[in-house]
Design a protein around this ligand. Structure first.
Ligand SMILES: Nc1ncnc2c1ncn2[C@@H]1O[C@H](COP(=O)(O)OP(=O)(O)OP(=O)(O)O)[C@@H](O)[C@H]1O
Ligand SMILES: O=C(O)c1ccc[n+]([C@@H]2O[C@H](COP(=O)([O-])O)[C@@H](O)[C@H]2O)c1
Length: 192
């Protein structure tokens, strides 16, 4: 049996903030592995700036080329859209009954967690590893017995910031691995 942390996200694009969290969860906690689950469409986000899921997957894979114990997961690609996490959890548990799954999320997502489909069932059946994120109002759910607040380093960087900077022609070196930035440039992503 393995303990797998599921790090769900749009990864539009993946950035250093995501990667530091994934590393911390994979190597500094009791988890055996972290799977980065690329969500085709977050039910609570508009699709305007969302680029195609295959390009987002490619960027995650480029970022993870040299890493052990952190993998990409495309399970939501073939599931109904938008991507409801409870449905994915049930599907993964059926497919991998030998694993114990944990949900990894930033505090920003915990603050809106009560808007998620069947969030009470998620809290009943899964443990949530929640890491602090700068500038987020603390959620009362922090006290829930299924919620574990981790001691993860914090970095105030977001995909929104990166997309905006690229659109404005600014330099974003180090915000994401070089290979990811080269892919963005080659494909002309986030330019308009
Ligand atoms: N800098 C960061 N530090 C910690 N967690 C982060 C950071 N950036 C994103 N996350 C977390 O990663 C998960 C996936 O986030 P997502 O792909 O939406 O990135 P984002 O940077 O928040 O994107 P956007 O700016 O487009 O909303 C979420 O749980 C989010 O809280
Ligand atoms: O299940 C839900 O109702 C639900 C509501 C909002 C967000 N989510 C998921 O939370 C994950 C984080 O999304 P994001 O866009 O902040 O990276 C992503 O996988 C979404 O599909 C899920």
């Amino acid at each position: 049996m393995q303990h797998i942390g599921l790090f769900f996200g749009s990864f539009n694009p993946i950035h250093t903030g995501h990667l530091i969290i994934a590393n911390y969860m994979a190597h500094h906690t009791e988890l055996d592995e972290v799977w980065m689950v690329i969500s085709p469409h977050n039910p609570l986000k508009k699709k305007d700036t969302l680029i195609n899921m295959y390009d987002r997957l490619e960027m995650v894979n480029l970022a993870l080329e040299q890493t052990a114990h952190i993998k990409s997961c495309t399970i939501e690609f073939n599931m109904p859209k938008p991507s409801y996490t409870i449905d994915t959890l049930v599907h993964l548990q059926e497919k991998y009954p030998q694993h114990t799954f944990y949900l990894i999320m930033g505090e920003d997502n915990l603050s809106s967690f009560e808007k998620w489909k069947n969030y009470e069932i998620i809290l009943r059946d899964y443990k949530l590893l929640v890491y602090p994120r700068p500038g987020v109002k603390p959620s009362p759910l922090k006290e829930h017995p299924s919620v574990y607040i981790t001691d993860t380093p914090q970095m105030d960087i977001s995909a929104t910031f990166i997309r905006k900077a690229i659109k404005e022609g600014k330099n974003v070196q180090f915000f994401s691995p070089d290979k990811v930035l080269a892919f963005i440039e080659k494909k002309g992503l986030y330019n308009s």
